[in-house]
Ligand binder design. Sequence first.
Ligand code: MN3
Length: 203
Amino acid sequence: MFELPDLPYAYSALEPFIDEETMRVHLNGHHATYVKNLNEALAGHEEFLKMGLEELLKSLDKVPEEIRTKVKNNAGGHYHHSIFWTMMASPGNSKPHGKLLETINQTFGNLEAFKEQFNYSVLGVFGSGWTWLVLDNGKLSILNTPNQDSPISQGLSPILGLDLWEHAYYLKYKNKRADYIEAWWNVVNWGEAENHFLKSSIS
Ligand code: MN3
């Protein structure tokens, strides 16, 4: 069975950029529902329940067709939120550094240029989805995925991801999605992004 993780910080830890109420509803409402629906979809399918989420997302073609869409959406939702929580941290605690920053500079020119490209990509998410910084065959790139479709299923490794579903920001930011994105940069956990980068670089 898949389980809802705890946040690695208090619900209020990302204030004032991401508010406590949004974090409570996002984890205990939305994320919890993905976990519940995933377990329901896979009930009686032991071989998939035993898989890790990443393996499951890479094996969607092996999932029986009648539950495949439900598994794709909810495994994606569970996985994306699980890493999204850890990719954020209290404001002011983290700065990009090390090998990841070096590679961002090589790939995009500098950190500001990277953020600009990322923010520009966000504009291309129509409706619900995510914008990602991923490692693609050893190269950093930015991509959007609709709904809960996962970069993992495309063989890509997420380094950083931004939830652009309205539930991620609507309580505080209403229709001002650009303000949410600007705010989010203040709570990016660059240390965790670096961990994903280093782990994906050697595998
Ligand atoms: Mn969400």
